[in-house]
Design a protein around this ligand. Structure first.
Ligand SMILES: Nc1nc2c(ncn2[C@@H]2O[C@H](COP(=O)(O)OP(=O)(O)O)[C@@H](O)[C@H]2O)c(=O)[nH]1
Ligand SMILES: [Mg+2]
Length: 432
């Protein structure tokens, strides 16, 4: 992402930090370097002009400090101005607590709407999303959305004849009936913004009034993305943008221009064809990345995700060998809880249905395990009558709950062992 831009900023940074003193003439050189760098990254001309003006004024007012070199102060000022340029604060979808939130994705053809719809559905899987095919222009579009949805196991609203409007209305009905928490509408794209397209979007808005209308634009398209945002904004409300294909050779122009030039903040960036390839956009982290200051916060987040995945894999392997203990059980329970509603736990267990899992039962299980000593968790065999009484009292449950959990646990351990040896169960009775 932004390789050229990052390289140039590295050079600028080094040059600035290398100056012993920074007089008016050095400052002019710095500003000129930054100006050229931004223009070469295809940042909107007017945006660059304002940026340089603001930065120049800010640097004039810098007060010399004993601890910081003037170069440091200037780098900090550039960084701060970049953060402002990128939108200052992160933009987030605010999901409704009750009912569903509708996000409509709009944009030209090939920008990544359908892919992004599936990515968002995966990202917010715990919101129980429904994907809505509202692209009626291309027959393959419905098919494409279905294929992507299948890959991530997300339901797609059935297409209603040849009508995008009826399809979105149907989706709204389904959302109410079946309790979907997030409705993602994949609208039709065009090569250009035309009357017909705009009318269709207006009709969709009338039919379902989306909570968010996000423009999906190709991050490599530079100022074109700004033009698209401006053109759409003349006709319909845009809450923000998603810039895709940032993994490619995007120069930075789109990201650095769109917020200020079109007044459309960036919500997400697409970072790959893979359906995990979407990231929330953080102006400060992006500015850090551009200035080569190390993208520390997102790195930390990434490391954590990878570590979690490795932990889960190890655990699964162990379980398949029949080496399950209550400590693992609890870890698994907590990991799944982080993923969202516990009904989804069933999805991880072959043969179980979602309806087999009861949220309250899960809370009870957690309470029981929490009341066990470490020794008991690792050696469930030692849990005798008096231990059961203590655990029941500690967790506010009955002896029979403990018995049931132990039975369940033994059953699961045997079953996993069998599965590990290649024997799949017919059914997994998860109910306690
Ligand atoms: N490398 C990369 N490719 C993407 C990204 N988002 C979408 N694409 C690709 O762009 C192409 C067009 O995407 P599609 O979702 O069909 O665009 P739509 O016409 O707007 O629905 C597909 O080949 C996608 O795989 C991204 O973030 N990175
Ligand atoms: Mg599409």
């Amino acid at each position: 992402m932004f390789e050229g831009l990052i390289d140039r900023f590295q050079l600028i940074r080094r040059k600035v930090l290398g100056y012993g003193r920074i007089t008016k003439s050095e400052m002019e050189i710095i500003l000129k370097d930054i100006r050229i760098t931004l223009l070469e990254a295809d940042v909107n001309y007017k945006v660059v002009k304002d940026f340089i003006n603001d930065l120049g004024k800010k640097c004039e007012k810098l007060e010399l400090s004993k601890t910081l070199k003037p170069g440091d102060l200037i780098i900090k000022a550039v960084f701060e101005e970049l953060v402002l340029l990128l939108g200052k604060v992160p933009q987030r979808i605010e999901f409704k607590k009750d009912g569903y939130t509708i996000i409509s994705l709009i944009g030209l053809q090939g920008t990544g709407k359908t892919t992004t719809a599936a990515k968002l559905a995966l990202k917010y899987k715990k919101k129980n999303p429904l994907l809505v095919p509202a692209d009626i222009k291309r027959p393959a579009a419905f098919e494409q959305l279905n294929l992507l949805a299948e890959r991530v196991n997300i339901p797609v609203c059935p297409f209603q004849g040849d009508s995008a409007i009826r399809t979105v209305k149907k989706a709204k009905e389904l959302a109410l009936e079946q309790g979907y928490g997030l409705v993602i509408v994949d609208t039709a794209g065009r090569l250009h913004i035309d009357e017909e397209l705009v009318q269709e979007l207006i009709d969709i808005n009338k039919a379902v009034s989306p909570d968010y209308q996000l423009l999906v634009a190709d991050g490599m398209s530079g100022q074109d993305a700004v033009n698209q945002a401006t053109a759409f904004k003349e006709k319909i409300d845009l809450n923000g943008a998603i810039l895709t294909k940032m993994d490619g050779d995007a120069k930075g122009g789109a990201a650095l221009s769109i917020t200020r030039a079109a007044n459309v903040p960036i919500f997400y960036v697409g970072t790959g064809e893979d359906l995990n390839g979407i990231e929330e956009f953080y102006p400060d982290r992006m500015a850090q990345r551009i200035m080569g200051m190390g993208d520390i916060a997102s790195l930390v987040e990434k490391v954590k995700i990878v570590e979690d995945e490795i932990g889960q894999k190890k655990l699964r392997k162990k379980m398949m060998k029949g080496e399950l203990n209550f400590e693992d059980f609890l870890a698994q329970l907590r990991a799944v809880k982080k993923l969202g509603p516990l009904s989804k736990l069933a999805a991880m267990i072959p043969g179980a249905k979602e309806s087999d899992v009861d949220e309250n039962e899960m809370k009870k299980i957690e309470a029981i395990i929490n009341s066990m000593t470490k020794k008991e968790r690792f050696n469930p065999e030692i849990i005798n009558g008096s231990r059961k009484r203590r655990i029941a009292a500690g967790s506010g449950t009955q002896i029979r709950d403990i018995n049931q959990l132990l039975k369940q646990f033994n059953y699961a351990r045997d079953l996993l062992k069998k599965m590990g040896k290649g024997k799949m169960p017919e059914n997994f009775p998860f109910k306690m």
